[in-house]
Design a protein. Structure first.
Lengths: 114, 112
């Protein structure tokens, strides 16, 4: 069985500070891992994904995430927060290959303080 | 138009009304999904269609009835809803089930 845990339902950072959003997963097989962002009153937008290639994945808007198998983690980072980064962030896991379900975390709300 | 579109974007309905939500994907995908997103609750997968066939129904009440006439269109028919059904309903698609999902903007539903 797969699951995703996002530690911290709310994270606040100052503008220009490092953003770190945590995601841990459980999967019995090599996973595909995803980060999505949701701005108010919008759908989810794919930020980045890991599909067994390079462990450090770069996404849009300056975000990146590192797959660490030993820690079963896929934390999302950005060196310098911007006001426009304020949104809800979702981590998701899917088993390698087609035909399998996505499992989403409960989301982390990021607030950026000016 | 590109990506995944949903109509209407906002809907207010009474408990005795019948309405339908529409989703259309312009990505050539073969899998489509309905999710429910309520305030302060995790994203809930409702239905999954692969190649027009329903492959998941996560214990959704029968007052929600999905329809997938072809790989590009997905409907959610609503009938005699309850106030607790008020939520953001998101549609998504992927090449096949399990692959990267692309989401529409959602329909904000309010049941009075």
């Amino acid at each position: 069985a797969q699951s995703v845990t996002q530690l911290g339902s709310h994270v606040s950072v100052s503008e220009g500070a490092l953003v770190l959003l945590r995601c841990n997963y459980s999967s019995s097989v090599p996973p595909y891992l995803f980060w999505y962002v949701q701005y108010p009153n919008q759908g989810l937008q794919l930020l980045l994904k890991y599909t067994s290639a390079a462990t450090l994945v770069k996404g849009i808007n300056g975000f990146e995430a590192e797959f660490k198998k030993s820690e079963t983690s896929f934390h999302l980072t950005k060196p310098s927060a911007h006001m426009r980064d304020a949104a809800e962030y979702f981590c998701a896991v899917s088993e390698t290959g087609a035909g399998n379900q996505f499992y989403f975390g409960t989301g982390t709300s990021l607030t950026v303080i000016p | 138009e590109t990506g995944v579109t949903q109509t209407p974007r906002h809907l207010v309905m009474g408990m005795t009304n019948k309405k339908s939500l529409k989703c259309e994907q312009h990505l050539g995908h073969n899998a489509m999904y309905w999710y429910k997103q309520s305030a302060k609750k995790p994203l809930e997968l409702m239905f999954v269609y692969n190649f027009k066939e329903q492959t998941e129904n996560n214990s959704v009440p029968s007052r929600f009835s999905p329809e997938c006439p072809n790989s590009s269109h997905l409907f959610l028919h609503l009938h005699t809803l309850q106030p607790e059904d008020s939520a953001l309903y998101l549609c998504a698609s992927s090449q096949v089930s399990g692959e990267t999902q692309y989401f529409g903007p959602g329909t904000r539903l309010l049941v009075l």
